[in-house]
Design a protein around this ligand. Structure first.
Ligand code: AKB
Length: 317
């Protein structure tokens, strides 16, 4: 049975990944860590600032971890506001997590992103192996991270694995500081207000994926036969590509009065414009059998159903 330590466990991916891992591998086999204190009462949890490599090492060792899932990082829009902090946290945290994995011989996962591509990357059907000259600090971090993970595998034999996530959509923990966050906010506002003001311009396509598919992808990649992995790190994966008008139209099928206006944020629009419209996922499909269950229509049904229940005014007892 695996013993997995997760950093950034209270973030958008971490909060759901920890639950999923606990249901697969057992509650006591997953150590959740975060810089903030958890309000949840069950399951192992420790406070951890990922820039503190010594504490990271001690926690992994005491827990008897055999796997590290390193999620703690600043997302693209926040990183653009504070590039130095992003460098220190994203790269410092990753180096510590890789070093701990080398020292304790842990299997290793960390996510890269479609943000690892830039304006000179082919925009449609973006290949797995292609030009990567991103123009954001987040992108610089992600490319450096992809190379570091390859380096730790080739140089030290650390079993590093990873994917390039598209925008992730979920109803559990909202993302914070990303460029693709609009595709989550729109569902909340559709239910709460019946309207949404999009900071991303009509016609701006980005890849997206529903959280259950993202969690399953992490588990499938970590369980995959190492002999079949040609790439190991930074596999392109996605489930759908749409712009604001397409997601709004899908919501209108269920909430006919929903309307959307545009008030474009130049910083996040520039980031989105530098990313691909749609990426090619053949390497992930061929090397470890990646598939996604949710398209835009199926995800929208589930998001609206789950959020309607969650946002219902609670009866006063
Ligand atoms: C972001 O928008 O920064 C993230 C990502 C695509 O990496 N959701």
């Amino acid at each position: 049975m695996k013993k997995i330590m997760v950093t950034g466990a209270l973030g958008q991916i971490g909060s759901e990944l920890v639950e999923k891992l606990r249901s697969v591998y057992g509650e006591d086999n997953i150590l959740a860590t975060d810089i903030r204190k958890s309000e949840q009462t069950s399951g192992p949890f420790e406070l951890l600032d990922v820039t503190d490599g010594q504490r990271m090492h001690a926690l992994a060792k005491d827990f008897g971890a055999d796997t590290m899932m390193h999620l703690a990082a600043l997302l693209s829009a926040t990183a653009e506001k504070n590039p130095l902090l992003a460098w220190n946290l994203n790269m410092g945290g990753l180096m510590n997590a890789l070093e701990v994995s080398r020292e304790l011989d842990l299997q290793f996962f960390t996510p890269s992103s479609i943000g690892a591509f830039g304006p000179s990357t082919p925009k449609e059907n973006t290949p797995q192996d292609t030009l990567q000259r991103p123009t954001t600090m987040y992108g610089v971090n992600k490319v450096a991270g992809e190379l570091l993970c390859d380096y730790y595998f080739n140089r030290f034999g650390v079993d590093t694995r990873g994917v390039r996530f598209p925008g992730l959509i979920s109803y559990v923990t909202p993302p914070g500081g990303g460029t693709t966050d609009y595709a989550v906010e729109i569902y909340y506002e559709a239910i709460k207000q019946g309207s949404y003001i999009s900071y991303i311009q009509e016609g701006t396509y980005m890849d997206m994926m529903y959280m259950p598919d993202a969690l399953q992808a992490i588990i499938d990649l970590m369980e995959a036969d190492a002999q079949k992995l040609v790439h190991r790190n930074a596999f392109n994966i996605t489930a759908m590509s749409f712009g604001p008008a397409e997601i709004a139209a899908e919501i209108q099928k269920h909430l006919p009065h929903f309307n959307m206006k545009y008030q474009v944020d130049p910083v996040r629009q520039a980031i989105a414009d530098s990313w691909p419209n749609s990426i090619n996922i053949e390497a992930a499909q061929q090397e470890w059998g990646f598939t996604a269950q949710y398209d835009l229509a199926k995800m929208t049904v589930d998001m609206l159903e789950k959020l309607s229940k969650q946002l219902q005014p609670k009866a006063i007892s």
